[in-house]
Ligand binder design. Sequence first.
Ligand code: AMP
Ligand code: MN
Ligand code: MN
Length: 338
Amino acid sequence: MYDSIDEAIKVKFAESQSILIVSHIRPDGDAVGSLLGLGLALIHQGKAVQMVLEDGLPDKYLPLSGSDLVRRTAQGEFDMSIVVDCSDIERTGSVLSNISKPDLNIDHHKTNLNFAALNLVEADSVATAATLAEHMPSWGLEIDCAVASCLLTGIIADTIGFRTSNISAQALRLSADLIDKGADLPKLYRQTLVSRSFEAIGFWGAGLNRLGRDGAIVWASLTLDDRRKIGYPDDDDADLINILAAIGDAKIAIIFVEHENGSVKVSWRAQAGIDVSGIALSFGGGGHAAAAGVDIQGDLTEVRDSVIQATKVLLAETFASKNNKILVEEEKGEHKYG
Ligand code: AMP
Ligand code: MN
Ligand code: MN
């Protein structure tokens, strides 16, 4: 056995010539940045690497080095398979249907199921790309300008530009190191978070027409009809959830996106002190305390109503337990809340 997971990973890399790397369906910037950053560094070491995203690469990430190498299916056999930024294996789609247990799982979701032979899961890391930036040097992998640009993209995406409640001095130090390697922060920031198509903004408008609120919970829905009428090409929410989460006195924001396969994608965003990962897990999804999601089969209105109801219960329980804590702490003379 090895002294550390880093040593075990390093040995596995040394033993492997052909390597498959996959990430999740509807890939975000962390999925893409982690896949490309790790993939490019391994290619630079002379490995034969296949980088696979079942849903392909969103256009906005085409400027990243290595984007032209990403495929939608895996071809042939591999010495090593790696899953990045996925809390469970189903999130990869059907890419790994021939592989029952991947060799390596690199992730930062607290709901991660540790489904691989080696599991590097850091729940306090802001992004899988941040975990990679920290560990890749100890695996003997070089972070050059191209790799650094991919990894910084992942960190920018998952921290929404360094402003999520889990942002840390260490994440900023890692990001500063990536900038030192040549990553262009303003360019990557604009590419990842700011720049939008005309259609995406129109899609926001359709969703905002259905803005709803119940106390501290706000939501909006995006229908297939909106998508068709506006000509929005992707099947995500165009990050409208981040606009809802900007509502100052809302504790939880939820977005519902209708899909062609009869499912509804639900995304939750919570303010600090509220954990929505458990509710996502209870519906079959996963995520982090502040950001979680799930795909639920069913009609948009029914899914919306049952999710809002369950979220109201979660919020009520969260406040009940906080109030209890205040009472206990008041008795102990250490009032922390309010
Ligand atoms: P999203 O709402 O898609 O932006 O995702 C927020 C967080 O929840 C991300 O960290 C995702 O990885 C996680 N997540 C979203 N959808 C799912 C799902 N269907 N299963 C597991 N985790 C999910
Ligand atoms: Mn992700
Ligand atoms: Mn991530």
